[in-house]
Design a protein around this ligand. Sequence first.
Ligand SMILES: [Zn+2]
Ligand SMILES: [Zn+2]
Length: 363
Amino acid sequence: MNPIAFAIPVFLVLIGLEFWVAHSRGVTVYRLKDSLTSINVGIMSEFAKAMGGLISIVMYSLITDRFGSYVWDLSNPMTWVSALILYDFCYYWVHRTGHEINILWASHVVHHSSEEFNLSTALRQSSTGFLFRWIFYIPLALLGYPVKVFVIVGLIDFVYQYWVHTQLIGKLGWLEYVMVTPSNHRVHHGQNDYCIDKNYGGIFSFWDRMFGTYAAERDEESPVYGIRKPLESWNPLWANFHHFLLIWDQVKSAQRWQHKLMYLFGKPSWSPEQNNTVGVFQTATFSRFDTPVSGVLRKISFIGTVSGVALLMVFFFVQSGLSTNARMAYCTVMILALGAIGWIMTRARDHGGTGSAGAQTHA
Ligand SMILES: [Zn+2]
Ligand SMILES: [Zn+2]
């Protein structure tokens, strides 16, 4: 059974708890449409991974069987500790390149597309990242860490990152120097100038200090969450593919092959005119994307997301008994249904909505 099946109820209970604590403190950290979108994106990524047939585990096993000659003692705690540290080091580079190379940003951008920051944001995971992220973990395979170790430390790294997506926990003193915390991960999700391309760590923050990408949260300038090219949609399909489509257009229209390559492998902020200039972020004029979704539509969307979670849990329970065709059909229908929910929620804007989507002026 996929271990994520056991994590999902815990994730959802913690979302409820965070909502309740925030409510009792009189602060608002959740917006329904945003949270439903984050959960829908998370469900979609699990179905996409299921369609991908465990590519990362297959590739990792092939490499470690062929080249990983060292035999690790799995009863020795140091095996697990060293694997976790090395995994997190590789994660730092997965994550950093995910922000600094345009074609990889096209995949990771979905995680940053929310303009809120709460535990549901953690569930905004890419549906395409699983196709290539395993490449960054080849060092573990070459060192001979068994695939079981790779999977377990990967899960620890993933689950750890859940709790850091909250605004309800302040700075944590000396822990900020060693671990990824809510405070330094808030900076990572910020679009303020001081937040751009900072704090890539998964579990440990000392990688950022070592490689010069650390920034502490500023008390005088709280992070404004989101991305400089706002998503302006509640559709998880659009969240996953909009930047790929943008790159496709850019590459097609570029006249010189050097420019085509830069659009693929340069920084996301690169353009022939501006080079790598990101532009100054205007905190005062920022406003979050919204759409006037009616009460009925809100209920339909809510029921749709709850059904999506339930059908994902059902899938985890029955998938081993399904034929490949049935599994693919199940995943395809679910992905399209999630896209339809997001499309309906976003479409309200195009029918007399007053969304603030156009308020951002930055590139
Ligand atoms: Zn990121
Ligand atoms: Zn995050």
